[in-house]
Design a protein around this ligand. Structure first.
Ligand code: FAQ
Length: 312
């Protein structure tokens, strides 16, 4: 079959909301764009364990520690689903790891910020997982089958993460003046970096047009960011915390919250490797990979022995 015919068939399937599956024909650019987005997403889940992992040994109670351990472990699982989904597109896990560890691959900018207090664990669950859900609910309808299915499961777990983070913030905000101040300080530091998670404005977004056309993305960066602001502004008011944006106000005509300008220079700095924790995050991942070398070697040796026994 000619490429033009295959492309027309592919586009008809996309228009009919059919899922694209690994063995289906797909344009090279569709495949490359998916490998880029899903692998960045996988790397984000894995690097995203580090800021919260920092607090496992210092959680304020056994209950909080058990919840945090489970949450961080969930993020590792999300990384695994997403690496597996990426592998269905013909790229190997080793290549993906190499891209991350060499610094070639991007991961979400938010994970390059430090967790300075226990309230930051609450802020991450509430804001970062909250933003991730807004984005990922939309991706449950993405056109690539393995990615869409991974998103359904991930969203269920992220909802629990968001609720536990909100509950930490709610508890602190209703606590002593010092606890409330700690919660407010966390909101002050995490608010703007969370808004950056949705990516550049639509007009500046390099991939959006093609990704929307192929239904890889179902809603634009700005639409999703607005949805997040609308829901989170009300949640902050509900627990008596103040969003650090003097321009934030309900716009009755638009039926949305207006909000202030994002510092895109800061976003670019973090993407360029110069955020507060970029170097520490990559160093931690490289160390974990090196420390795990013996496990990989042992597993390969075991698999080779099993295969030799089966062949004998
Ligand atoms: N950080 O043309 P666009 C989580 C890059 S999961 C870093 O708009 P696109 C769970 C972008 O990659 C969080 N880079 O790109 C959790 C592109 O670079 P490239 C991760 C960013 O793909 C919670 C360039 O800028 N979620 O948090 C960022 O159409 C708690 C141009 O941008 C996902 O990955 C950024 N914020 O739209 C875990 C969701 N924004 O490749 C642990 C899936 C943009 O040309 C603890 N991904 N860039 O070099 C997406 O929905 C999309 O990829 C966007 C970006 C919306 C992130």
């Amino acid at each position: 079959m000619q490429d033009a015919e295959q492309l027309a068939r592919f586009e008809r399937a996309i228009a009919a909301e059919e899922k694209v599956e690994p063995r289906d024909w797909m344009p090279d650019k569709y495949r490359a764009n998916l490998i880029r987005q899903i692998s960045q997403h996988a790397h984000s889940e894995v690097v995203g364990q580090l800021p919260e992992g920092n607090w496992i040994t210092r959680a304020p109670s056994l209950r909080r520690k058990a919840i945090l351990l489970a949450k961080v472990q969930d993020e590792a699982g999300h990384g695994l689903y997403l690496y597996s989904a990426t592998e269905t597109l013909g790229v190997t896990r080793e290549e993906l790891q190499d891209d991350l560890l060499s610094g070639r691959a991007k991961y979400a900018s938010i994970f390059n910020y430090p967790t300075l207090s226990w309230a930051d664990v609450g802020a991450i669950g509430w804001l970062v997982d909250g933003a991730a859900i807004v984005n990922q609910i939309s991706l449950c309808r993405t056109s690539y089958g393995p990615y869409a299915r991974a998103m359904v499961r991930i969203c269920k777990e992220e909802s629990f993460h968001q609720r536990q983070g909100f509950e930490i913030m709610q508890t602190l905000a209703a606590g002593s003046p010092a606890q409330k101040a700690m919660a407010q300080d966390a909101l002050d530091r995490w608010w703007w970096p969370t808004l950056m998670m949705f990516g550049p404005h639509d007009a500046e977004s390099a991939h959006s047009q093609q990704s929307m056309q192929w239904k890889i993305k179902r809603q634009s960066n700005d639409e999703l960011r607005q949805k997040f602001v609308d829901q989170t502004a009300e949640q902050a008011a509900h627990i008596g915390l103040v969003v650090p944006d003097p321009a934030l106000r309900w716009n009755a005509a638009r039926r949305h919250y207006d909000f202030g300008a994002i510092d895109w220079a800061e976003f670019q700095r973090v993407l360029g490797g110069n955020g507060p924790c970029n170097r520490a995050r990559l160093a931690a991942r490289r160390k974990a990979h090196a420390d795990g070398a013996w496990v990989r070697e042992a597993m390969l040796a075991h698999a080779a022995k099993q295969a030799a026994r089966a062949a004998a």
